[in-house]
Design a protein around this ligand. Structure first.
Ligand SMILES: [Zn+2]
Length: 338
């Protein structure tokens, strides 16, 4: 029997990435990245999506078992409909699964990009071998995914595991979703940069390296600048990162109470600060759980797949979604955590 082939796709506001995987490997045999050109509207993006998939498929499209597509939520993986992709104009109630199946005549499965990144890290990254995983991506926003008892949690309408929109501070900063005080509004890279700008502009912290890094224009301080200053040991920047880590740790403590995970994996650009953010997260988790049993055997670690987590997870989604008789042909490493 020929090795099973799947295609994974990650549709972002800036680029579309696609890869073809063969057998049990998460190392693609073909890979491409093209600009999304989101402003040209949904039809143009779908066309580019199809072209990227056909490119990595080569002559093998008929032999591809399925195509997994990761997109920014909210979306319903059961119906295959994207409700509203914030970074893709015109993507409202878009029947993405059906539209792509009509174009490609292969089974298509869709998933929230952060959920699929969790799936990728579970199957092939930092959480291999675990059955209960919390995944958090800390980037311009905050997203996440939950693996519970060896299954990706998606919820009744596929809208679950939105960990970035858990309450961190009642009546706190305004979140992109319209509510206040959500974790994303308090601890994302965007939130960290906003806190830095307002405190610097208020005249506090005149000795911070951020004055120099921003060329004296602290209204233009970015999350990346705060990260750079923190890595250089700037006390103000280190404090801002620690504050964000504190909010993340509190939220993780609640999530650990709900899911009793055996590992927490942190991905996304902000997590690349390593222990500068992970140590405050770890300390805050310890401070806020009701028993040390929640953290004692639950390491909080960095993601391993980097930017490829969503792409690899989209490939893994096809495996997860295939009927048993097809999945039975799949190498064991692809079916369960290796
Ligand atoms: Zn929110």
């Amino acid at each position: 029997m020929p090795a099973l082939q799947v295609i994974g796709v990650d549709v972002g506001g800036t680029s579309i990435r696609a890869a073809r995987f063969v057998g049990h490997s998460h190392i693609p045999v073909a890979k491409t990245k093209v600009p999304t050109q989101a402003a040209k509207g949904a039809d143009a993006v779908l066309q580019r999506l199809e072209a990227a998939i056909r490119q990595v498929a080569g002559h093998e499209l008929d032999n591809v078992a399925g195509i997994g597509i990761a997109a920014a939520g909210p979306l319903n993986p059961h119906t295959g409909i994207v409700l509203n992709a914030p970074n893709l104009p015109g993507w409202q109630n878009l029947p993405l699964k059906q539209l792509m199946e009509d174009r490609l005549h292969r089974p298509v499965f869709i998933g929230n990009d952060a959920n699929l990144a969790a799936l990728g890290e579970w199957k092939f990254g930092a959480a291999r071998g675990h059955q209960d995983v919390l995944y958090l991506t800390i980037s311009t926003g905050i997203g996440g995914g939950v693996i519970t008892s060896g299954r990706l949690l998606v919820g009744a309408n596929g809208l679950g595991a939105e960990v970035g929109h858990m309450m961190a501070v009642p009546e706190g900063a305004l979140c992109g979703c319209g509510q206040r005080g959500h974790l994303e509004a308090m601890a994302s890279g965007t939130a960290i940069a906003a806190a830095a700008r307002s405190r610097l502009q208020a005249g506090n912290e005149p000795t911070s390296k951020l004055w120099q890094l921003s060329g004296g224009d602290v209204g233009h301080v970015t999350g990346a600048m705060v990260g750079e200053a923190a890595l250089a040991g700037d006390d103000f920047a280190v404090g801002l990162i620690a504050e964000a880590g504190g909010f993340i740790g509190r939220t993780l403590a609640s999530l650990l109470h709900a899911f009793n995970s055996s590992i927490v994996v942190c991905g996304g650009g902000v997590s690349l600060l390593g222990d500068v953010i992970l140590n405050p997260i770890r300390a805050s988790v310890r401070e806020h759980v009701m028993s040390e049993a929640y953290w004692r055997d639950c390491p909080i670690v960095l993601a391993e797949l980097g930017d490829d987590a969503g792409l690899v997870g989209a490939g893994a989604l096809v495996m997860e979604s295939m009927p048993a008789e097809v999945a039975g042909a799949v190498p064991a490493a692809f079916q369960t955590a290796a």
